[in-house]
Each structure stands twice: as structure tokens, then as C-alpha cells.
Write a protein that binds this ligand. Structure first.
Ligand code: BGO
Length: 272
């Protein structure tokens, strides 16, 4: 098997470190990301040294506001990772899925490890992981990092994703009016960005992300066209572009969690 690079991502406290330690054991190298004091941890899978796991800093978003977010997004867009393993705290599903929606836009295959399943089981709540996978459009596996349950299956699934690459990417879709604006931005970009990263760049440009604007070095005509698209959409929504995207993400997540979450009383009702 060729070497594979897995990017391990998740919110702070999602169980990422526990997962990383269980998977890599003593095969870890710790350093810093260049130019910042953010810790960089890399490790080889205990059971297969061909698989490198890059433990990215715990983050809530891929915006450019903290060094951790910048490090994570630069690495994800570097072309190095073959697949993203996204550790999601099942007891905090809505908040954790906010990052998931953004990871899916990077054009890298994503596999979700739905962690803390032992806690969820005890609480009586349930998440239908098949429905969650269906609604998201990526594979979701229930795991417990603390009890080292399900982690091997998660990695096997992630490696399998790298074998079917390149493929069509699923990503969350939003209100038609936002989708129209994003498609127009993609047309303006033409072949300036890779096809699989077009979704990412269109959203970031729509948000007026300063790092992306600098990185892409667009002509002033292109910049004007994009600004026009953004302004019109802001008028239509009556909101600023960054808030439009945030609200649309939350709407998507609310629909998704309604589809896949089952409270204890619903279960009792169904089985009585
Ligand atoms: C403490 N199940 C359970 N029950 N707990 C888990 C699981 C799981 O599947 N996965 C992780 N945890 P990190 P980040 C702690 O440290 O991996 C726990 O930030 C404590 N510490 O053990 O650090 C894990 O890297 C004292 O809990 O997350 C850890 O993503 C009392 O979730 C916490 C209780 O995991 C965060 C918990 C001194």
C-alpha cells in the first residue's frame, strides 16, 4: 500500500487527543507549525506505518481569526492530506457539525467519527448515524475513543475513501439565493482554482475572507464582479455576507439534527 496522510480534525474537547493517542501510541513526533507557537503533532498508525496521522489543532471553524484556524486550513488546502477524519462529540452534535460543514467544502474526502457514544448511550439519547450520514453525504461511524471502540473501523473507512479518490464531492447546500451567488462567483473564478476546491473558494470570497482574497491574486475586474455579486445578495437577504453564510450553516445543521436525533421520550413512546 502507498503512504496515506490522514488529517485528524475536531472541536476542542471532542476527543481528538484521545483518538490520536489510541491510534498512534508511542509513534508520535511533536513540534511546532512554522512561524507560530501552535503545537504540531504527527504520528504513524500503530497497526500500519504507511499511514500518517496529522493531528490538527482543535478548532470550531475554518475562519481566519485564530492561529489554530489558519494552521488547520493551510494544511487542509496544502494538498498533503488524502482524507479528513473529523471527530465529532455526539453529546454536542449541533455545535460540532458547524466545523464539519466547512471541512466538507475543502474538496477532501471526510469521514466522521461520532465520538463519546458511551456517554450518549448512558444518557438515553440516540443519534441515527445512518440518517446523519445520509443527510451530510459522508460516512459516519459511532466510536468511543476513551474505550478504544470503533477506531479501527473508522481508519479502515478513511483509507478506503482515499482509494476511490478523485470522486464527486458532497457538500451542504444552502438557500437558493446563496447558491446562485456562489455559482456566479465560481464562474468569475474560471480555472483560477482547482475544480474540487471551487466550493471552498467561492464561499470564502463571498465572506470577503482577506487571506483568500490575497492568496488568489484576482484581477480588479474579477474583484469588482465578485463584490457586485456579494452586494446584491446582501441586499436580497438584508444581512451582511458573513452572517448569511453562518445562518445558512445553522439552518442546514438544524434540519440535519432534527432528521437524526431521537430523544429518550420518543423511544419510550415508540416501544410502549
Ligand atoms: C478528560 N468517551 C468518554 N466517556 N470520554 C471521552 C471519550 C469517549 O469516547 N473521548 C474522549 N473523552 P480529549 P481534545 C477528563 O480529560 O481527547 C474524554 O481536546 C478529565 N481529565 O478523556 O482531550 C477524555 O483533544 C477529568 O476527558 O479532547 C477527556 O479533542 C475528568 O473527553 C475529554 C473527566 O478529550 C476530552 C474527563 C483530567
Amino acid at each position: 500500500m502507498e503512504e496515506r496522510h490522514i488529517a485528524l480534525t475536531g472541536n476542542p474537547n471532542s476527543g481528538k487527543t484521545t483518538t490520536f493517542n489510541a491510534l498512534t501510541g508511542a509513534n508520535q513526533y511533536v513540534g511546532n507549525w512554522p512561524g507560530v507557537t501552535v503545537e504540531r503533532k504527527e504520528g504513524k498508525l500503530k497497526k500500519n506505518k504507511q499511514i500518517t496521522i496529522q493531528d490538527l489543532p482543535g478548532i470550531y471553524s475554518l475562519s481566519p481569526y485564530t492561529p489554530e484556524e489558519v494552521v488547520a486550513r493551510d494544511y487542509l488546502l496544502s494538498g498533503d492530506p488524502d482524507v479528513i477524519v473529523n471527530i465529532v462529540d455526539a453529546t454536542n452534535l449541533e455545535r460540532n457539525l458547524y466545523l464539519t460543514t466547512q471541512l466538507m467544502e475543502t474538496g477532501i474526502p471526510v469521514v466522521v467519527g461520532l465520538n463519546m457514544m458511551d456517554i450518549l448511550d448512558k444518557s438515553g439519547k440516540k443519534i441515527n448515524s445512518e440518517k446523519l450520514a445520509y443527510g451530510l453525504g459522508v460516512d459516519v461511524l459511532g466510536v468511543s475513543a476513551l474505550k478504544n471502540r470503533g477506531l479501527d473501523a473508522l481508519i479502515t473507512k478513511a483509507v478506503k475513501e482515499t482509494e476511490t479518490f478523485p470522486k464527486e464531492f458532497n457538500y451542504p447546500t444552502y438557500d437558493n439565493r446563496l447558491e446562485a451567488a456562489l455559482n456566479e462567483i465560481i464562474v468569475v473564478l474560471g480555472n483560477r482554482v482547482l475544480e474540487r476546491q471551487a466550493r471552498w473558494y467561492s464561499i470564502k470570497l463571498f465572506e470577503r475572507d482577506t487571506r483568500v482574497i490575497k492568496e488568489l491574486v484576482l484581477s480588479s475586474a474579477q474583484q469588482d464582479e465578485i463584490e457586485e455579486i456579494i452586494k446584491i445578495t446582501e441586499q436580497v437577504f438584508g444581512d451582511d455576507s458573513e452572517s448569511i453564510v453562518i445562518n445558512e450553516r445553522y439552518e442546514f445543521i438544524t434540519r440535519l439534527t432534527a432528521l437524526c436525533s431521537i430523544e429518550r421520550n420518543e423511544i419510550t413512546f415508540n416501544t410502549s
